[in-house]
Design a protein around this ligand. Sequence first.
Ligand SMILES: Nc1nc2c(ncn2[C@@H]2O[C@H](COP(=O)(O)OP(=O)(O)OP(=O)(O)O)[C@@H](O)[C@H]2O)c(=O)[nH]1
Ligand SMILES: [Mg+2]
Length: 396
Amino acid sequence: MLLSQTLSVMQELNQLQSGVFVAMNHFFKQLYDYINPTVNTDLKPAASQWQSQLPTIWLLGKTGAGKSSLVQAVTGNSAIEVGNGFQPCTQTSVTYRYPEINPLFCFLDTRGLSEADYDPEDDIEACQHQSHALLVVMKAEEPEQSSVLNALKKIRKSGAIKQLLVVHTGICALPGQEERQRAIGYNQDQVQQIWGGEVKSVCLDFGSERELAAGMTELNAALAEMLPILYLLGDEKEHQSREEANFSRLKREVMWYAGTAGASDAIPAVGLVSVPAIQGKMLHSLANQYGVEWDKQRFGEFAGLLGTSFVVQYLSKLGLRQLVKLIPVYGQTVGSATAAAVSFGSTYAIGRAVCKYLYHISKGEPVSEREIKRAFEQAFNHGKDVAAREANKKQH
Ligand SMILES: Nc1nc2c(ncn2[C@@H]2O[C@H](COP(=O)(O)OP(=O)(O)OP(=O)(O)O)[C@@H](O)[C@H]2O)c(=O)[nH]1
Ligand SMILES: [Mg+2]
């Protein structure tokens, strides 16, 4: 490695390390100030910062292709208007946040394309400062896709969107295996020619329960690949214990606080609430949900079990570069991306650990220091592994 390269890597690592210390010192010093329930921190500025930059999945396709049906299927939001198949339905771009309360990502459902002169400029603008995932939705039986392909050309040229997925819908309209494969292959090729390389795809049919179930599993996996944060959200495997089942009900809330903390660090705008204030509010809210009174004594006990030096040492050993990839906040410098990653990861891990603590307290059971530390470690590592897995996949 050239000396200049080595130096720049070292510089970056230094920044990562100092990011950890700054963030954690911040946390333990200041969090104490936010225990008092009468201090009512206003999270609105940080929360709206997070919400204004939620990772966005943009849907593009001809009218009737099934864009709104897809949003409805993923979010379970039955209020989303789905067309009758004869007339265009969605008239303007609509953003659907998911979950509706404390959202973690959103869909940008756009007006169906029918004319060749669709100008995607506004939608590019809406997407480019956020995560950049595009879903091209195509009815398998519809080979005439020029309006979609023209829009795709412009999007490709803008460079705003890095990740693309093709969703082939209505596959049951083509009953013969061969015919179906040919139609899907034809549309897939049209997209790949414009995008310039292989593009991932999933096939489904909203009218067939069987095909929909299979397609949705594939779709969810593909979405989680595009936005690693969704892995954390979707990790709903069998719970080994009552405690885990309890946490899974609060996980979205913890992730939302983590995202808000990350956002408030990523763009250090004046007037944004500090990370300890967000974490303080999270601890308070979680305690409330376990029916545990949160006061200085409880905080002291929890902080003692987790241990300041343990957390600082642990974080400074981490490969934070991987974690940075998990955080759906773009456009920052290395330093602020690191701060955002540390804030996201530590808030999530502290949230996980405190839920374990609160569960035992609420049951009147003793809490072991080892268990709390393990919960923190596992939560942090989980996020890191997800991001690392994604990074590896992209390299292959
Ligand atoms: N059987 C079947 N019907 C589908 C499928 N995808 C869409 N449809 C039907 O096509 C109609 C239009 O679906 P929407 O989800 O509203 O399509 P859209 O892409 O949002 O259309 P616009 O809002 O007009 O752009 C609805 O009646 C859907 O039930 C599919 O995979 N299978
Ligand atoms: Mg629609």
